[in-house]
Design a protein around this ligand. Structure first.
Ligand code: CA
Length: 486
């Protein structure tokens, strides 16, 4: 009964709270009504849909959460100083100016997942419904793990920097009231928590394609990524291999060279899931609006971000690389063209790839390259990506280094939210310099703080400050180093 009381309390508060209450400051319209809603599996499904809706928001995967890792790196930059991406690109945020949405949206997802998980085991269901029950519980655990993963890499230093000893974010696994004032857990504790969620989820989830939803291969893909970020390379390689094998036996496949330039606009279906292990399915009827990647990346939309001239040089060093077809040149600037709307949609409704099978191949190659005695695997998985990009190329017979894999990751995953995280977790530097191609001669870096121009994992701004509202309402929360303590 104690748990039930808390749930009712939580629901009442969520409908009456005003702005500025830190992580409990939630938008009532997307809050699960906890006192009556979850009574059977269809209610769980309904509640999960509301969580997926939060994830599709332009302040989450359809926009801000995705471009963060790109514009803080060296491959993509803001196209001006008053763009939505500008302050992220400039890396000039202070504890007073940093956005609160990364924190509040992720905790909204975690809170809603916890409400489901606090009740789902008590729901009666027939044995015929067992598979559905398992799948829904597995989805909930995966979404909770993903939100904690995002929070940990946004607010905590890379695991590999100090073996996870520095501060991550508070881990919430239960339904709690408004007066709950958690402290930050360590990065290592956060990793242990979401690895556990992904492991449990992978045992429960369906193997089948589920449009716009996570399945077993998504959870295993996230496990591979988590192990890679931790430096547990043998486990990252083994899990990536299992993910690739399992997904491909369920009709997933790398896109082909011929498909690659335009398949981003395809509407993925069960008969041909392609390589979308998880995507945000945006529709015109449920549009994320003009703050979304499709509109931000287009020169006829907000034209918010462009390729840096140095990355343009890198990407076009092989003019037959198919990935050089995923930008459009206009007025000597290169606009990312991965966010192509599906048939009869507006550009802001383009779907958002969150995890592609290509990334899992690159995880396998990276982990193998670090293990030292697995060059055959490094060649095999890297070659699949290299040859897909240009069938005339091959890495057969080469010793694959980490930097060779990271170069391929940049070319494959640009504009999909990875670059800054990939550099800093590998103790590489981000160097913001200008290239020389005349095709993008109007693209130059804007004036950057010296420390934002060239940095590695020691720069304090590779993590965001804890939002001001959270610091003000929770005395147990410690601010990140060099951002100040209040
Ligand atoms: Ca769409």
């Amino acid at each position: 009964m104690k748990v039930l009381k808390y749930i009712i309390l939580g629901a009442t508060i969520s409908l009456t709270s005003s702005c500025g209450e830190g992580w409990l400051d939630l938008d009532p319209s997307t809050q699960i009504e906890t006192d009556s809603a979850i009574q059977d599996l269809s209610h769980v499904e309904y509640s999960l849909n509301s969580i997926y809706n939060v994830m599709r928001d332009a302040y989450y995967y359809s926009g801000r959460m995705t471009y963060y890792g790109d514009v803080t790196g060296d491959d993509v930059q803001a196209n001006g100083l008053t763009k939505r991406t500008s302050n992220y690109y400039l890396m000039n945020m202070t504890r007073d100016t940093a956005p609160s949405t990364h924190w509040s949206y992720a905790y909204q997802i975690i809170r809603n997942c916890n409400i489901i998980l606090s009740q789902i085991d008590n729901l009666e269901h027939s044995s015929a419904e067992q598979a559905r029950f398992n799948d829904l519980k597995g989805q909930t655990l995966t979404l909770r793990g993903m939100a904690l993963f995002e929070l940990t890499r946004l607010f905590g230093y890379p695991y590999t920097k100090d073996n996870g000893a520095s501060l991550g974010v508070p881990i919430l696994t239960e339904v709690v009231g408004v007066d709950y004032k958690p402290s930050r857990n360590t990065v290592a504790e956060c990793y242990a928590a979401f690895v556990s969620d992904f492991e449990e989820a992978a045992k429960l989830l369906s193997e089948k394609f589920n449009k716009g939803k996570v399945n077993k291969w998504t959870a295993m893909g996230y496990l591979s990524r988590a192990y890679l970020y931790m430096g547990r390379d043998a486990e990252a390689l083994a899990m990536a291999k299992s993910t690739i094998e399992g997904a491909e036996s369920n009709k997933y496949a790398l896109w082909t060279n011929a498909e690659y330039p335009t398949i981003w606009a395809s509407d993925v279906e069960a008969a041909k899931p392609g390589e979308q292990l998880f995507e945000m399915v945006n529709l015109t009827t449920e549009s994320p609006g003009k703050e979304s990647m499709g509109y931000l990346c287009s020169s006829s939309g907000y034209s918010d971000m462009i390729l840096t001239s140095s990355f343009y040089d890198l990407l076009t060093e092989d003019e037959d690389d198919v990935r050089a077809k995923l930008f459009l040149i206009k007025s000597k600037k290169a606009y990312i063209n991965k966010y192509q709307p599906q048939a009869s949609e507006n550009m802001q409704d383009a779907n958002i790839p969150v995890m592609r099978l290509s990334e899992i191949y690159l995880i396998a190659a990276e982990a193998a390259s670090k293990l030292g005695n697995h060059n055959d695997d490094a060649v095999k998985y890297l070659n699949a990506i290299v040859q897909r990009a240009n069938p005339a190329k091959s890495v057969e017979g080469e010793i694959i280094t980490l930097d060779r894999v990271l170069l391929e990751r940049r070319k494959e995953l640009y504009g999909e939210g990875h670059r800054m995280f990939d550099a800093i977790r590998n103790q590489r530097r981000i160097e913001r310099v200008n290239g020389s191609s005349s095709a993008v001669s109007s693209t130059k870096h804007y004036e950057l703080l010296p420390e934002s121009k060239s940095f590695d994992w020691n720069y304090f701004r590779v993590v965001l400050p804890i939002p001001k509202g959270e610091i003000n309402t929770n005395p147990n929360i410690v601010q990140n180093p060099e951002y100040g303590n209040n």
